[in-house]
Design a protein around this ligand. Structure first.
Ligand SMILES: Cc1cc2nc3c(=O)[nH]c(=O)nc-3n(C[C@H](O)[C@H](O)[C@H](O)COP(=O)(O)OP(=O)(O)OC[C@H]3O[C@@H](n4cnc5c(N)ncnc54)[C@H](O)[C@@H]3O)c2cc1C
Length: 532
């Protein structure tokens, strides 16, 4: 498997990879990469190579068992990116990104929401023709993941009581299936990509790759790190330099296209290391500029959240799918059709950020994590050096939007969380509020606490955004082709021009399904009038 290079950078080399080549080389066997690899190898004559930095998930119960997700954070399955100093937020957030086949769909919580039609309308408004809801949402019928509402046996009594209390306190409906139709607000158990009988993931890897691993036209190169894109002899950018697990290096060539699916941190990182990005930044690091694309690494999006924690009167019943099985959507701006505040309810106390601020960890507890569905603060990512091993800098610029929308959303979220907690039947489980504590009630106090205890919902996106030809920060066109370079497309969360209001994994899956059609020319699914 580990072919050694026999030529220099920028030239064809005579190793196995380059002489044989593949039709498509998928860089990153993550959420989007698994979809593409499975779809493209449906044609037995199409040879596909997947380069994945992490190990296989096949037979690995650590990964496959959904409820173990929290133990994968900051483990050997995690690249563990950090942030730059966040003057108005929390500088200590670790941005977990999965290092395993299936990518983040192999270590996330698999909450599965379709994007709202208006989320996709926004993309069209940003110049992304062809990404309208009528075209994109019917791809839900192509998704191979098993997406189901949390199973009855996994519905913990306290989570049920949270749903009842939230609906009662905030006058929102209880929603049985969040994916049935668009909703302005509501409380309920989430839909998850999992098997309720076994608690096994229905990740992109499980759903798309496991069934086709024996296809002779599919090659997986695991624990293999892509660190530079190179042109082939014809000038097309279709070669990629890789480092194998044993430290040897090689070059892998795509005869048709390179498909970058390394995610919202590593796809722009790879482009920058290949001399594609803001020219001044690259020159300052001594990297030869191949293309001045100012948008690479810009538009770093996320869903920021905060946390409010209660101690419970005693231990909770143990059943759960993944400890955050229910949630709440609130629409504060009633002129809008979509919610503008979301909560996850955790039946465990999530104290990683509050402990650092000096709050105690209760023996038994729960928390709510209000988040900002369409945050207005955007950040950027850049290389710290030309060393491919050094992590890039991630500056999310949390809570810096000039009109204070993001901070206000968190403050109002903390207040609404207290209303829910004060409502029966949830109220009867709770002994006392641990963080921020009942003494903190002013807007200023709640904002200060909410921002310092803030976390991420782990949804970075947008760093190679898709856009029209006249968008100076667009990195790919609406066909996902890298601007100004022949032979490369990007298919992952980095192409999102704006953040969908919901947890984004299904949007990544839909985008990858659509990308497979864009690549092969296969027609998309027929539109339906009432998709969802
Ligand atoms: C802890 C956590 C919880 C989350 N929970 C949810 C949730 O419940 N619901 C939801 O909708 N979203 C959730 N998300 C977000 C969601 O999982 C991601 O947005 C989505 O999976 C991203 O898909 P992707 O294809 O863009 O990237 P990824 O799935 O991250 O795939 C990137 C792949 O590329 C590989 N790679 C990266 N760089 C290289 C390189 N240079 N060479 C070779 N391989 C490389 C990585 O190993 C990885 O496998 C969560 C994320 C995390 C981290």
């Amino acid at each position: 498997m580990n072919e050694r290079e026999s030529g220099g950078p920028g030239h064809d080399v005579s190793g196995h990879d380059v002489s044989d080549g593949y039709d498509y080389v998928v860089v990153g066997g993550g959420t989007a990469g698994c979809v593409l690899a499975a779809r493209l190898t449906e044609d037995p004559d199409c040879r596909v190579c997947v380069i994945e930095g992490g190990p296989s998930d096949v037979g690995d119960e650590n990964v496959l068992r959904l409820r173990n997700w929290i133990n994968l954070l900051e483990s050997a399955y995690d690249y563990g990116y950090t942030t730059t100093e966040q003057p108005r937020g929390n500088s200590h957030i670790v941005h977990s990104r999965a290092r395993v086949l299936g990518g983040c769909s192999s270590h996330n919580t698999l909450i599965s929401f379709l994007p709202f039609p208006e989320d996709l309308d926004e993309w069209v408004g940003m110049g992304c023709a062809g990404w309208d809801p009528v075209t994109v949402l019917p791809y839900r019928r192509r998704l191979q993941n098993t997406i189901v509402p949390v199973g009855e046996a996994d519905r913990n009594p306290i989570a049920k009581d949270f749903v009842t209390a939230a609906a009662e306190a905030l006058h929102v409906p209880v929603i049985e299936d969040f994916n049935r139709r668009p909703f302005p607000d509501g409380a309920g158990f989430f839909s998850l990509s999992y098997d309720p009988a076994t608690n096994h993931r229905s990740s992109a890897s499980v759903a798309y790759l496991h069934p086709v691993l024996d296809r002779p036209n599919l090659t997986l190169k695991l624990e293999t790190w892509a660190h530079q894109l190179l042109p082939a002899a014809d000038g097309r950018l279709t070669q990629v330099r890789v480092r194998y697990a044993d430290g040897s290096t090689g070059t892998v060539r795509a005869e048709r296209e390179l498909l970058l699916c390394a995610g919202a941190v590593d796809t722009p990182r790879l482009l920058l290391l290949s001399g594609i990005g803001p020219a001044n930044q690259l020159r300052a690091l001594g990297i030869d500029v191949r293309a001045d694309l100012p948008g690479v690494g810009e538009n770093l999006l996320d869903h920021p959240e905060s946390v409010i924690i209660w101690e419970t009167h005693g231990p909770l019943p143990p059943n759960s799918a993944m400890d955050s099985d229910a949630g709440l959507f609130v629409r504060r701006d009633t002129t809008q059709p979509r919610p503008d505040l979301m909560f996850h309810f955790y039946q465990v106390p999530f104290t990683v950020n509050t402990e650092r601020l000096g709050y105690p960890t209760p023996p038994y507890g729960v928390c709510m994590t209000p988040n900002v569905p369409r945050a207005r603060s955007t950040g950027r990512l850049w290389l710290r050096s030309a060393d491919p091993a050094e992590h890039p800098a991630l500056d999310f610029r949390y809570f810096t939007d000039p009109d204070g929308h993001d901070e206000r959303t968190i403050v109002e979220g903390l207040r609404l969380a207290r209303e829910v907690a004060g409502t029966a039947p949830l109220r009867d489980w709770l002994r006392r509020e641990i963080a921020p504590g009942p003494g903190i009630r002013s807007d200023e106090g709640l904002s200060e606490y909410g921002r310092r205890a803030a976390h991420t919902v782990y949804h970075p996106a947008g760093t190679c955004r898709m856009g029209a030809a006249d968008d100076p920060l667009a990195v790919v066109d609406p066909l996902l082709r890298l601007r100004g370079q022949d032979g490369v497309r990007i298919v992952d969360a980095s192409v999102f021009p704006t953040m969908p209001s919901i947890n984004p994994m299904v949007t990544v899956l839909l985008a990858a399904e659509r990308a497979a059609d864009l690549i092969t020319g296969r027609p998309g699914p027929t539109p339906e009038g009432s998709e969802r």
